[in-house]
Design a protein around this ligand. Structure first.
Ligand code: SF4
Length: 336
């Protein structure tokens, strides 16, 4: 897409105050609110949070792949400076695969069990790029090699491949139409730790080789350090902290980020036990007033029960917590 206003500094993706609601038994429930961020080519951001935090809803809204009971209720998404029609399934078709593609979790469910994997990779090349069957099959073979599978294995059916190989096939499919943005929806969840590390390494290599932008959805903070530059932590449908991975790991500002990081075993720092976060995240139906984290937060104050904290800039990114509001500047300087 050409856009006269697009310049080298225009982000590949700009998400502006995105809001999504889910319809449940005739009631509209807010799933995400005020999600705002930018992503440049070649950069990777992780969306992290527990179930129900809104990370998958955010990513699927960007890809125009929300479930039928979900609706965009505010905000917009721009790709290379152009607004994209994320609320219009038919209008989004030209964007899917070519601009943005998704690596889904659980490759065994996502792949067609009765089709050879090379045919499955070739399919989007035929449908979206108008390639001939022969050229698309050649492209499928190249893509298999790119993700570390020998081209001959393209004749295999999904059940004949290991879990790691199937996930590599999913990555090859996602790359089939040369997208600039890839969304990884928990792409390593179903894999053992060694295969998980191999897939994350592969994604990092491909990102640098193809100048891809990556949005990695995960509930597991430990995979973020390996594969992303930046992390956005979500809770109850809002971004609560955003910053460089190294900064957030070294100095988490939001109480939820701090507790998430403390829940990762770190033998080097003498933390061998997993420390869990007490309580459960709120469901869509029972979001509390004020800060949604207040029932689990050891630092909650009276204002937290009434006012939703705004996402404000800090010296290392953005944070949404009353500890860092202008009236608590002293706390900001102490970085509590
Ligand atoms: Fe805790 Fe209040 Fe900050 Fe929420 S706003 S995280 S309850 S201190």
């Amino acid at each position: 897409m050409n856009n006269p206003s697009s310049s080298p500094t225009t982000p590949l993706l700009a998400v502006d105050r995105l809001a999504v609601d889910y319809g449940l038994k005739g009631v509209s429930l807010p799933a995400i609110r005020d999600v705002t961020f930018e992503l440049h080519s070649g950069k990777a951001v992780a969306l992290v949070g527990e179930s129900g935090s809104g990370k998958t809803t955010t990513a699927m809204a960007i890809a125009g792949l929300l479930s039928p009971n979900a609706a965009i209720s505010g905000g917009e998404v721009r790709y290379r400076g152009n607004r994209i029609p994320i609320d219009d399934d038919a209008a989004m078709r030209p964007h899917r695969w070519r601009d943005t593609s998704v690596i889904f979790q659980g490759a065994m469910n996502a792949l067609n069990p009765v089709q050879r994997v090379s045919n499955q990779i070739a399919e989007p090349c035929i449908l979206k790029l108008g390639m001939s069957r022969k050229a698309a099959t050649e492209r499928a073979m190249e893509l298999l090699e790119l993700v570390g599978i020998s081209a001959e294995r393209g004749a295999a059916y999904p059940h004949e491949l290991s879990g790691g190989m199937r996930q590599r096939v999913m990555i090859a499919m996602a790359l089939a139409c040369n997208p600039s943005l890839v969304i990884g929806d928990e792409p390593t969840t179903a894999l053992d730790v060694i295969t998980q590390a191999q897939i994350l390494k592969l994604l990092a290599e491909l990102r640098s080789r193809l100048d891809l932008a990556l949005i990695l959805i995960t509930h597991d903070l430990s995979v973020v350090a390996e594969s992303c530059d930046r992390v956005m932590i979500m809770y109850a449908g809002r971004i609560v902290e955003d910053g460089e991975v190294t900064d957030i790991f070294a100095n988490p500002m939001h109480p939820y980020s701090r507790m998430l990081i403390e829940s990762i075993p770190d033998p080097q720092r003498g933390r061998r036990m997993v420390r869990s976060i007490p309580g459960d995240p709120p469901t869509l139906q029972n979001r509390p007033s004020g800060c949604a984290f207040r029932h689990r937060c050891p630092s909650a104050m009276p204002v937290c029960a009434t006012d939703i904290p705004s996402l404000v800039s800090t010296r290392q990114g953005r944070v949404a917590c009353h500890l860092y509001s202008s009236t608590n500047e002293e706390m900001v300087s102490q970085n509590v």
